[in-house]
Design a protein around this ligand. Structure first.
Ligand code: NAI
Length: 474
């Protein structure tokens, strides 16, 4: 509940020290602006504090620009491979300025739209760096604002390893990599997680020599093992070198780049090193400790309703331990606004949030991996089925390989859906309905999937698990 009920907008001007709000949101990224917009829709008077640009990492330095690069990479590959389809086209190379112009154009149109939404939602935008100076008070550039409720939505930043300095020249994080004005001739990508495989995929399509160094035994180690196998196989065919089970030990600058050494004694030389070993929460300097907000290794501690240890202070998105995904941030933001308004929304379960890695081939999943399901229920209670995209007409047309894998509880609901192949990210929304509604395979099997689409692979996998396979031998 809003402590005293939402108040109507008063005449306090934005920027006035002492202005009072129903909600002050610190951070204007996916989580923060979603909280602000929803709260405003619910009649609250809202301030959004942002030191850079509304839209945050996702819009300006993350999801959107990287997916634009990945689309340009796909177009480059299509041009290269066009003869396979009988289309005569010549691939002449990458015009990095042109690619960046396209990417920046996408970002700036979305940014304009978002700025319009801030106004349309009558959210007061306070530009500057905010910090908590009491449970209900936020200070921005010396001015103080009172909020009945405060949402911490300050996001995350690239992490590095001890002693590994991101210099922005030869050793980059994704932030600098996105602004690069050239295609590097060779790259070492440190970390074979989401950021690592996405950049490896882009750079390879753009013509670079790429080596991924991943400490764990497989690429995309958070995904189902079967997905890692297809990614590794396809990357190998694409000429990307993956060194898995390989730990980084150091980097030296050379005349023309870097020399990266691994704990096994190997060294790999390249023009640049991309560090993609995870992202850490941005909570330093926010005054959390003084305000009494509990923090654990930098992440804000919350309960399942995203309440911090201080009444009236919430946290959303990447500052809360768990999946670091923009759409989780959106969902958190909406949840908190509705919770404050007393609408009693249902808490968000991380396992039900769809995950997409946009490398080529794409990886998309929701729910539990096979290993997680077995760990939770025991080997004898878990059944899986893998439908190979070789049997899917549209995938053949697209010349993509991969699968739709289902993990279910024996005689029970679907517990996990795992997809690999071109464009499968677009299929995961149906999969998340299946998982989140705890659908039984025979219920999904009775739904009709349009032919020829890749969505049929999901239909076929459920038909098979329901005991009536159509295009596979059961
Ligand atoms: P990540 O956690 O996905 O991957 C980091 C990888 O680095 C791990 O596989 C880890 O084993 C490896 N690593 C750590 N230390 C190492 C060492 N010393 N030597 C070799 N390898 C080492 O983190 P990433 O890729 O940096 O992404 C950060 C966050 O951003 C993730 O939570 C990710 O989900 C999110 N993100 C999501 C995207 C999407 O949804 N498509 C796109 C980009 C980022």
């Amino acid at each position: 509940m809003v402590d005293n009920g939402p108040s109507s907008p008063s005449d306090s001007a934005a920027g006035d020290s002492g202005a009072r709000f129903d909600l002050i949101v610190l951070g204007g990224g996916s989580g923060g602006y979603a909280a602000a917009f929803r709260a405003s829709e619910l009649g609250m008077r809202v301030a959004l504090v942002e030191k850079d640009k509304v839209g945050g990492t996702c819009l300006h330095y993350g999801c959107i620009p990287t997916k634009a690069l990945l689309h340009a990479a796909e177009v480059a590959d299509s041009a290269r491979d066009s003869a396979q389809l009988g289309v005569k086209a010549t691939f002449e190379g990458i015009d990095v300025d042109g690619v960046n112009k396209y990417k920046d154009g996408v970002v700036s149109r979305l940014y304009k739209g978002l700025q319009g939404l801030v106004k349309a939602n009558e959210v007061t935008l306070i530009e500057g760096e905010g910090r908590l100076v009491g449970p209900n008070t936020v200070e921005v550039d010396g001015a103080r604002y009172e909020g009945r409720n405060v949402v911490l939505a300050t996001g995350s930043r690239s992490s590095s390893l001890p002693g590994l300095d991101i210099d922005g020249e030869k050793v980059l994080s994704s932030y600098e990599a996105l602004a690069l004005d050239r295609v590097p001739s060779s790259v070492v990508v440190l970390g074979g997680g989401v950021i690592g495989v996405e950049f490896a995929s882009v750079w390879r399509s753009f013509g670079a020599d790429v080596t991924i160094v991943e400490a764990l035994p497989r690429l995309v180690p958070a995904e189902d093992e079967a997905a890692s196998k297809v990614v590794e196989r396809t990357f190998r065919k694409r000429g990307i070198t993956a060194k898995t089970g390989a730990r980084f030990s150091g980097v030296q600058h050379t005349d023309d780049g870097v020399s990266v050494s691994l704990e096994n004694g190997e060294t790999v030389d390249a023009e640049i090193l991309l560090v993609a070993v995870g992202r850490g929460p941005v909570t330093d300097g926010l005054g959390l400790e003084d305000a009494g907000v509990a923090v654990d290794r930098g992440f804000v501690t919350t309960d399942e309703r995203l309440r911090t240890s201080v009444p009236g202070v919430y946290a959303v998105g990447d500052v809360v331990h768990g999946l670091q995904l923009a759409h989780r941030g959106f969902a958190h933001g909406i949840f908190v606004a509705e919770d404050i308004a007393g609408l009693n929304p249902v808490p968000i379960d991380d396992a039900g949030i769809p995950r997409v890695t946009y490398c080529d081939p794409e990886v998309a999943s929701v729910g539990l991996t096979e290993a997680q399901a077995v760990e939770r229920l025991g080997d004898d209670k878990v059944e899986t089925f893998e439908y190979n995209l070789a049997g899917n007409g549209k995938s053949q047309i697209l010349k993509t390989q991969g699968f739709a894998k289902l993990v279910r509880e024996k005689d029970g609901p679907v517990l996990g859906v795992h997809l690999v192949g071109a464009r499968v990210g677009e299929l995961i929304s149906e999969a998340q309905l299946i998982y989140n509604w705890e659908a039984l395979p025979h219920e999904v099997a009775s739904l009709i999937h349009p032919h020829p689409t890749q969505s049929e692979a999901l239909g076929e996998a459920h038909l098979a698990l329901a005991g009536k396979p159509l295009h596979v031998h059961g």
